[in-house]
Design a protein around this ligand. Sequence first.
Ligand code: 9MG
Length: 284
Amino acid sequence: MSPHKRFTVKRRDGVIALGPKALIMGILNVTPDSFSDGGTHTTLADTVAHARQMVTQGADIIDVGGESTRPGADAVAVQAELDRVVPALEALADAELDALVSIDTYKALVADQALQSGAQIVNDVYGLQRDPEIADVAALHGAPVIIMHWDTKRDTGKDLIAEMRRYFEVSLEIAAKAGIEDERIMLDPGFGFGKSFAENYALLRRLSELNTMGYPLLAGTSRKSMIGKLLDVEPGARVAGTVASNVLAYQAGAHVFRVHDVAAHSDALRVAEATFYGPPKEIV
Ligand code: 9MG
């Protein structure tokens, strides 16, 4: 049986078709302290070149973030975050890349400016619960929203998936109250966020249980410590481990994959798609 339910996610100017074809979200950090690319994409030209390379390699979405979410990273003030992301978003819009652009922020003001500067999707690692006005902003712009699970007050004695469902229900209620339609929502279990090493692997093992929530799923394991700690390797050497985790996430029904290493995932996910659904007709 196909693990991938088909969804048509509404955007302001179109739709995102999700189903058997895995979508790749390439990570574009515009932070000086990005943990795994060393913050090397510092000039606007470099930023655009990196995004263009990811699109050439198969990225469908470019996720622009101006505040690092790595453990121990400092929070960034709204203006500082805007100073990082707005010029990058405007440069990406000028470049007319063949990809959608998402803004990785939990701040309503940043999301608002970002959506006016070319971003089309809101990626909120706090699932609309840190700054609930972000839901109003997304609704106003007709933007799809990625609701990620990051429950800083979770009862770790309770079942992770059951707790995650409860967290998502709260986020979904915030979204509904703001007027965000169900067809604009994707869910993300938030690998690495407030979960132990063992819980991250339990989450991957049980990921398919989230399919019953009835929303598309995004998986983000890229170069995270769940891979690095297991293999005892630095971020740059976590590609094979990340690919393995994402192929398993695909098998569990995930639709979108947030990754640093786009080329490797493009190949691996094409193999996974062909295995589940048969190779493309033009090759047969
Ligand atoms: C910004 N960011 C870092 N990790 C992430 C993940 O796993 N999912 C999403 N949606 N965003 C993330």
